[in-house]
Design a protein around this ligand. Structure first.
Ligand code: GGG
Length: 349
């Protein structure tokens, strides 16, 4: 029987609740489809930081290379460790360390879920966010700290290889889907990096004459995602723009409780990392209120990436069988706890 080794990183806050609820569901799907999932729980988190002074061991990224995939809950507990430390030392360090250059986030309404939009037209958007450089490259610095002359500089890095590979992945996905791609910049205001992004879009587009490309400025597409989401299909954006647009995507699909995310290296050779888009939500941690569906959907993305397509589809079908009944956690207007909703998905398998 095929066995996959999965690194399980619950992280902080509700991360452990959604992961502990979702993992048995994935194991049941695997068992039913004739393969097995073997999980190693890794305690890398803000708690780990308080004990060891780092968010993960020095060879953490190297340890992760031995797995088939990484399944992550949430990162950050600002009451204990500043967010810019926890995010950069764990989530961003893994993305950059494994060169997981693409962050793919699907946005659509699951069966029975009513989003906040006034339009009833169905939408199905795949946001592809550049994931290792851009505005989150970590380049920059501060001088004259605390003084009148203090300066902070955050440098966005756009390499030819980095922009090309994320665009190419977007075009490949567009080819498999509706043949439509939106390329997002702010090239009217950012005259270096974003004009470069536009030029790279034209260059890569020449290899995909069957894909229709529309250029959007980030402010315009942000509004369009709310007013006419059905006109969009594959959306490719930089790290920061993609981060923001995918929170809008989450909002229009019913909330962060539904938004899933796949961090992958399209060249292969390293494990992908799969996570809900949401953070650690310290305000509801320990209360059993967290919605596990984003983590379960991320699990389905992981199974698909591992090549277990039937299992991924069975899991998504079970999730939608449950959402179609109106059952859910309080954020969905229901009264189920995190574990009860996950158990309902197992029962629907
Ligand atoms: N689910 C992972 C998590 O905790 N995400 C919170 C977050 O702030 N993410 C920022 C990002 O995706 O770049």
């Amino acid at each position: 029987m095929k066995n996959y080794r999965i690194a399980l990183l619950p992280g902080d806050g509700i991360g452990s609740e959604v992961m502990e609820a979702a993992w048995p569901v994935l194991q049941t799907v695997a068992e039913r489809q004739g393969f097995s999932l073997e999980g190693d729980w890794l305690p890398w988190s803000c708690d780990y930081y308080l004990k060891h002074g780092t968010m993960m061991p020095a060879d953490g990224v190297e340890q992760l290379r031995a797995f088939d995939a990484i399944y992550l809950g949430a990162v950050g507990l600002p009451a204990t460790v500043p967010d810019h430390v926890s995010l950069r030392e764990l989530l961003l360090a893994i993305r950059q360390g494994l060169d997981l250059s693409v962050n793919a986030r699907p946005h659509r309404l699951l069966a029975g879920v009513k989003g906040p939009l006034r339009t009833d037209r169905p939408f199905d958007i795949l946001c592809i966010r550049e994931n290792t450089e851009g505005e989150y490259a970590g380049a920059g610095g501060r001088v004259h700290r605390g003084g009148e002359l203090e300066v902070a500089v955050e440098t966005a890095i756009f390499t030819r290889a980095g922009v090309e590979r994320v665009l190419r992945h977007g075009f490949e996905q567009a080819r498999l889907r509706g043949g439509k791609l939106a390329s997002v910049t702010k090239s009217n205001a950012q005259r270096h990096s974003m004009v470069f992004w536009d030029e790279m879009t034209d260059r890569v587009a020449a290899d995909y004459p069957d894909v229709a490309v529309t250029r959007y400025h980030v402010d315009a597409i942000a509004a369009r995602m709310i007013t006419h989401p059905e006109t969009l299909d594959v959306v490719v954006a930089s790290n920061l723009f993609g981060d923001i647009l995918t929170d809008i995507g989450a909002a229009i699909q019913g909330g962060l409780g539904f938004a899933a995310s796949a961090n992958i290296n399209p060249a292969g050779g390293v494990p992908g990392m799969f996570e809900p888009v949401h953070g650690s939500a310290p305000d509801i941690m320990g209360l059993g209120l967290a919605n596990p569906l984003a983590t379960l959907w991320a699990g389905a993305l992981m199974l698909r990436h591992l090549g277990e397509i039937a299992a991924a589809e069975a899991l998504m079908a079970a999730i939608e069988k449950v959402t179609a009944t109106g059952a859910g956690t309080p954020d969905m207007g229901g009264d189920l706890s995190t574990t009860q909703l996950a158990a309902a998905v197992t029962a629907a398998l």
